[in-house]
Structures are given as C-alpha cells and as structure tokens.
Design a protein around this ligand. Structure first.
Ligand SMILES: [Zn+2]
Length: 220
C-alpha cells in the first residue's frame, strides 16, 4: 500500500495524511495523536517562561507530544538573543531527556545552530520552513539535521536548486500556516526531485519512520 502524505509542520490539521500539528498553546493541545509543542522564540519575553516550560516538561513526561517545537532562535526580532538561547537550551535538555526530535524555527541564526549541533549530535532537529542557501543546507546536513520545505519552495529559484541537490533521506515537506494543500507541495517538490509523487511519498514516509519510529509503519 502506498504510504500517506506527511506534513511535518502545520498549525491546523487538514485531515490529509499524517500531520505533525503544532500546539500554539501548550495548555490546550490540538485534537491529534501527533503533536509538537514548544516555546516559540516570538513568545520569549511575552509569557511566563517557567510556567510554559513546566507545561512542556509535563507533556513530554506524559507522552502527549511527539516533538518539541517550534523552538529556536530568531535574529530578525528584537528580543535579546541570549535570552532566546536560554529558553532554547531548556527545551534542548528536555528533547535529550525524553528522546524527542525538535521542530526548529531558525531566522538568520544558522551559524548559532551549527555550533549547537556540534555539541548536541544526538538530538534530531528538523529545520522547518528552510530557506537558506545550499552551503548552509549542506553544513546543517553534515551535522545530522533534517530540512523541511514549505511554500517558499514554490517561488524561490535558488531554494528549488538547493532542494533538488540535497540527499533524499534528510527532507520533509510542510504547509505551516499557509492555506495550501500538502499534496500540492508534494506534486511540485516531486518534479524538482525528478521523481513521481508516489516515489516522494515513499521517501518522506521512510524519513518519518527514521525520526519518529516504527509506530507509523502500519499506517498507509
Ligand atoms: Zn509554524
């Protein structure tokens, strides 16, 4: 049987395929058995960090979430980067402790993450909405990162070339907040990779299993 579509980062379930639904509020999870929750860098300085981090800890302990995120670093916002790094470090420790992958929000902070990845080779990080250049992509991949591509892929020529050139075993696709079908992103991405949409479904489903484990192997 053909594997389903995998949407590795969305804020709203659409019902199409396997969707890792991001909880925008750690205190009320979306109705899904595949959820990520984290403290987004945009929330740093705007919420009670300790309370949110405690909530994430509880969700990890109770097995309610499959990944920690979005978490990350954003150098395009005014929030002090050291403060962002402190909040990220706590979540990184949780990811290690509970053996969970992370969904990473990274804006102009790839060099920060190259350092983090060097010191934390065991945590699987999925860089969501990747739109860096080929050099950055290859550096991240050398450190074991996964890259997820979304709507930016549709109209960014350089990103399309980067996507076409990187190995198949490190890619995911996503819709994030956009009103676009994951199937449309697959169809477009398959042409860039010179494979059929069905072949791309196999590729990305295998990547899902490699990161999130065998419990998905029976779905299809
Ligand atoms: Zn998002």
């Amino acid at each position: 049987m053909l594997p389903p579509f995998v949407n590795i980062h969305t804020h709203k379930a659409s019902g199409l395929g396997i969707e890792l639904v991001n909880a925008d509020d750690c205190n009320s999870l979306p109705d899904s058995n595949f959820v990520s929750a984290g403290l987004h860098p945009w929330q740093v300085g705007k919420c009670d960090h300790q309370q949110t981090l405690d909530a994430i800890d509880r969700l990890c302990r109770d097995g309610k979430i499959a990944a920690i995120g979005e978490a990350g670093l954003d150098r395009a916002i005014e929030t002090d980067i050291e403060r962002q790094k402190d909040v990220f470090a706590v979540q990184l420790d949780l990811a290690k402790q509970y053996h969970l992958p992370m969904v990473i929000h990274c804006v102009r902070a790839y060099s920060d993450f190259l350092q983090i990845l060097q010191h934390e080779p065991t945590v699987k990080m999925i860089f969501h909405g990747f739109n860096g250049n080929a050099t950055t992509a290859n550096q991240l991949l050398r450190h074991g990162a996964m890259l997820s591509f979304g709507h930016q892929l549709l109209n960014n020529n350089e990103l399309q070339k980067t996507f076409a050139g990187i190995p198949n075993d490190c890619i995911f696709l996503e819709t994030d907040t956009k009103d676009i079908g994951i199937d449309d992103i697959y169809n477009f991405a398959a042409r860039l990779k010179n494979v059929s949409t069905d072949e791309l479904k196999e590729i990305i489903f295998n990547n899902l299993i490699s990161i999130f484990g065998n419990k998905w192997a029976t779905i299809g």
